[in-house]
Design a protein around this ligand. Structure first.
Ligand code: BG6
Length: 445
């Protein structure tokens, strides 16, 4: 069957045949129309049969990986059919895929409508970034090591850069991507997850609500962008044709099911500031884009320079900054970059790295986040899922960006070649502050 072929192709660990066979025998397929009450009646009958045959005790997990405009209807139908009622000690949970809404208003409406059917504890809003081992490791790194907490603040940190660069284009998803763009597809969810993990205060425990409370607090502390600051602190881009990894690729506008005059952004960069005691005056620069030269997701924390340059009478005229880089994927690890004396009679400084690679210690890590998240949902742990307020706060932050960008009269697009590090304006965003993007500097030199 197709499933059997796919599991062997995509599983991140070798497939244990006897386990797969057991599972395969328990797979059922029921086609039906989302809007037809009959579908849910048939589903009810099928689930009752599965309960009897497999001893699943009435515990159901519904996973809505459908187009987002069906979420409300499906949940309402599940409710009407009694499929999400939790009684007799069994649980009923619903995973909702992204995009959760397409702006603040639609996310609010969606939350409000599904809360008429489901309790918050039954709702699992998924963001697969939270299932990634290296994303979860940010919390272990920060809160499990005494070394970092004292320096994790505006006293010691100059700024933070969060990069999610992809080499892929829209991969046949032109239809979806046209109405979405990089801010909705990546910034509001995945980049904000990384941001909250890096910047939130320590939670009082690792309970789902304790962690999600801290995330909300952090999102509330982000200084809201205004129409003016959207123009100076955000950059959009769309790729033209170019070469990625030695292969010529078409412009975004030439992709299937994309308008030839599309203004959808495939790249976004922004500068955010966090108005709290820990982070006052420490900018966070975020960027993401498709068809960039390299697939890399990383958080780079740049520390402040020493207060005065002691090496005036040497060839050292400036110091290279200390960077702590949390590499989320694909080359998972953590490195610390600092300056060291190059051996020799004169004082010269070189930049060196202390490097930790996951693969060296723990073998390779799973490449998707979904395995973890499905398991967590099955055991009822919502820590790594988004709560209603987290999602709405995220949409609230990007609202001015979406509003201003869509109101701009004309856009000079495409403004970066596939295979480059994005539009020039994104470099200027940092140059204006006397800074530069870390990996683009490394890759281009
Ligand atoms: C998805 C986006 O949520 O995340 C895609 O819709 C994107 O456009 C993908 O390519 C990136 O995920 P990952 O795990 O490859 O970083």
């Amino acid at each position: 069957s197709k499933l059997s072929r796919d599991i062997h192709e995509f599983a991140t660990v070798p497939v244990e045949e006897h386990l797969w066979q057991q599972l395969e025998q328990r797979l059922y397929y029921l086609p039906g129309e989302f809007q037809d009450a009959n579908t849910y009646q048939q589903l009810q009958d099928l689930l009752t049969r599965v309960d009897r045959e497999c001893g699943t005790q009435g515990n159901y997990l519904f996973y809505l990986a459908t187009a987002s405009n069906f979420f409300c209807d499906i949940i309402a139908q599940l409710g009407r059919a009694g499929l999400v009622r939790e009684d007799n000690g069994h649980w009923r949970r619903v995973i909702i895929e992204k995009p959760f809404g397409r702006d603040l208003d639609s996310a609010r409406t969606l939350n409000q409508r599904i809360s008429q059917v489901l309790k918050e504890s039954q709702i699992y809003r998924i963001d697969h970034y939270l299932g990634k081992e290296t994303v979860q490791n940010i919390l272990v790194f920060r809160f499990g090591n005494g070394l970092f907490e004292p320096i994790w603040n505006r006293q010691h940190i100059d700024h933070v850069q969060i990069t999610v660069a992809e080499t892929v284009g829209v991969e046949g998803r032109g239809n979806f991507y046209e109405g979405t763009g990089a801010v909705r597809d990546m910034v509001q969810n995945h980049l904000f997850q990384l941001l909250t993990m890096i910047a939130m205060e320590p939670p009082v425990s690792f309970d789902a609500d304790a962690v999600r409370d801290e995330k909300s607090k952090l999102l509330k502390a982000i200084q809201p962008l205004t129409a003016e600051t959207v123009l100076t602190q955000t950059v959009y881009g769309q790729y033209g044709e170019g070469t990625v990894n030695g292969i010529s690729v078409p412009a975004y506008r030439a992709e299937p099911r994309v308008a030839s005059d599309s203004t959808t952004e495939t790249y976004a960069a922004l500068k955010l500031t966090i108005d709290n005691w820990r982070w006052a005056n420490v900018p966070f620069y975020l960027r993401t884009g498709k068809r960039l030269p390299k697939r890399v997701t990383e958080v780079a924390v740049q520390f402040k320079q020493v207060p005065s340059l002691l090496f005036r009478n040497t060839s050292i005229d400036r110091l290279t900054p200390n960077f702590l880089v949390l590499r989320i994927q694909p080359d998972e690890g953590i490195s610390f970059q600092f300056g060291a004396k190059i051996p020799g009679p004169t004082v010269q400084m070189g930049s060196v790295n202390m490097d930790f690679c996951y693969a060296d210690y723990f073998g390779s890590t799973p490449s998707t986040g979904y395995e973890t998240l499905l398991y967590d949902c099955a055991i009822g742990d919502a820590t790594l899922f988004q709560r209603a307020d987290n999602v709405e706060l995220g949409w609230g932050i990007v609202k001015p960006i979406l509003d201003v960008w869509s109101a701009l009269p004309t856009r000079d697009l495409p403004n970066y070649a596939a295979g480059s590090w994005g539009p020039k304006d994104a470099d200027e965003l940092l140059w204006r502050d006397g800074r530069q993007w870390r990996s683009s500097a490394r890759v281009n030199t």
